[in-house]
Design a protein around this ligand. Structure first.
Ligand code: ZN
Length: 278
């Protein structure tokens, strides 16, 4: 809800459109009814999206085309995660193991029926600027190595699909949780290779429990779609540093939305990674 409100306000305060995309690409993790709950919750809170909802699972042809367009930058890899972790000498980085390109010259096990596709990386720094977090540079080859674009089970990786979607939908501004900030150089590298324009980014803090865990369905956060819109929206705006007048000043959530759009300040969002709310 925090991310939805922040991105909605940033769009509306700048006379933009707010697009809704359901990132259901990893079909192994999709839960029945989850999407309906999200759509219902957004509408109930007054978060009305422009244009029709896009579903990643309906756009596989676009991702396939992008993968082909990457040409020689992509290669098939027969290594399994298990095998890589078993290998001595495989280095661990901040994103897990670092894949040093064992299959770049051809798959180590050529006849394997199932393989992944990886993107060749290099050691020139890839830099990206964020409206809230400043600048981040990564040398992808050292930081994580050649990363997967299509998994052995045939699913496209998140990194590829969001880049294709953003470009194809003409997204100019992305406001999202800070947990995705350190993925951004990878996405910028893909944007470069595919000839896409780099969007403007703002990564905002995530809501956590006192012990640092992120509030999420996996951590049994309460579903928000049954809560009263006005108090919750007021809490979200406070979380985002917008300093709304006290809640009694507003007759209903529409009133508060009007105030929030008129007074939106992206720069007022606290520049920290996480804010404890529960
Ligand atoms: Zn390999």
């Amino acid at each position: 809800m925090v991310t939805a409100v922040a991105s909605y306000l940033d769009a509306k305060a700048n006379q933009g459109k707010w697009l809704l995309r359901i990132e259901d690409i990893d079909t192994t993790r999709n839960q029945p009814n989850a999407i309906d709950d999200i759509l219902y919750g957004l509408e109930r809170f007054g978060l009305h999206w422009d244009e029709s909802v896009t579903y990643q699972t309906q756009r596989l042809a676009l991702y396939e085309t992008a993968l082909s367009a990457l040409g020689d930058h992509v290669y098939p890899c027969s290594c399994t995660r298990k095998q890589l972790l078993r290998d001595t000498g495989i280095a661990q980085g901040e994103f897990g193991y670092i894949y040093t390109g064992r299959c770049r010259q051809g798959m180590l096990v050529p006849d394997k029926p199932r393989f992944s596709y990886r993107l060749k990386t290099h050691n020139e720094p890839i830099c990206v600027s964020d409206q809230l977090q400043g600048k981040l540079c990564q040398r992808l080859e050292i930081a994580l190595g050649d990363f997967i674009l299509k998994r052995t089970d045939g699913l496209f990786a998140y990194q590829l699909v969001v880049v294709v979607d953003d470009a194809e939908q003409g997204i100019t501004h992305i406001v999202r949780g800070i947990d995705l900030w350190d993925n951004t150089p990878r996405q910028c590298y893909l944007q470069q290779l595919l000839g896409y324009v780099q969007p403007t980014y703002a990564h905002i803090p995530v809501a956590t429990y006192a012990d640092g865990r992120k509030l999420s369905k996996q951590n049994r956060a309460q579903p928000i779609h049954h809560e009263e819109p006005l108090p919750l929206l007021h809490r979200v705006l406070t979380f985002l540093g917008q300093q709304p007048p006290e809640i009694n000043a507003f007759a209903n959530s529409d009133d508060l939305w009007t105030w929030a759009i008129a007074h939106w300040r992206l720069s007022a969002i606290p520049q920290q990674k996480a804010i404890v709310v529960a």
